[in-house]
Design a protein around this ligand. Structure first.
Ligand code: GAR
Length: 215
């Protein structure tokens, strides 16, 4: 089995990155983490990746004077240098232009801390609490031109408790994120998560595409 060479793009602490790296340590996991790239030189996740022995790279967006395409061309060049086949965005906090999205169409996935299509954008936990939803969660999806859109690969749900704050809810959602991201990357790397129109037909068992945590 050839394991798909995968880059993880981060901007911060990289807990989802660590979950993916840990999953990919299993010999039968269909992806190998070949690069961790950050747009922020001070991202904590870079240190963690280096501790795991994963090559790291920084493409600092502040060095491109607002030229987003040039920033993305620089990222694309690093990905190609490392012969990357799949890209997993894990808390990568830059909005992408059509350039990078098109270059990696069908080969780039993202995790979003909400049950899409609800709560696209930022502050998802605050907004979920403000709306009084009873279930919240996270989604891994293929990246498309629209932000937090694109065919859904795996979703995970958690209960919202009456006494939750954005922080307690975020912590519960993070647990489910760490479960669904490795599942989703595996489905993409082993070719099961096929895009059909606006949806993913995975042919996978229900458990591989859904996660419920009821702590
Ligand atoms: C995660 O909760 C991820 O879902 C979210 O950022 C956090 C990164 O945490 N992503 C987004 O909000 C993307 N719009 P991590 O660095 O510990 O993985």
């Amino acid at each position: 089995m050839s394991r798909k060479r995968t880059a993880i793009l981060i901007s911060g602490r990289g807990s989802n990155m660590s979950a993916l790296i840990s999953a990919a340590m299993a010999p039968d996991y269909p992806a190998q983490i070949s690069l961790v790239l950050s747009n922020r030189p001070d991202a904590k996740g870079l240190e963690r990746a280096a501790e795991f022995g994963i090559p790291t790279a920084v493409v600092d967006h502040t060095g491109f004077a607002g030229d987003r395409k040039a920033f993305e061309q620089a990222i694309d060049a690093v990905l190609n240098e490392h012969r990357i086949e799949l890209v997993a965005l894990a808390g990568f906090m830059r909005i992408l232009t059509p350039f990078l999205v098109n270059e990696w169409a069908g080969r780039m996935i993202n995790i979003h801390p909400a049950l899409l299509p609800a709560f696209k954008g930022l502050a998802t936990h605050e907004r979920a609490l403000a709306e009084g939803v009873k279930l919240h969660g996270a989604t891994v999806h293929y990246v498309s031109a629209e932000m937090d859109d694109g065919p859904i690969i795996v979703q995970g749900a958690v209960p919202v408790r009456d006494q939750d704050t954005p922080d307690t809810l975020a912590a519960r959602v993070l647990q489910v994120e760490h479960k669904i991201y490795p599942k989703a990357l595996a489905l993409v790397a082993n070719g099961k998560a096929k895009i059909k129109g606006t949806q993913v037909i995975s042919g996978a068992d229900a458990e591989e595409t859904r996660e419920l945590i009821w702590p």
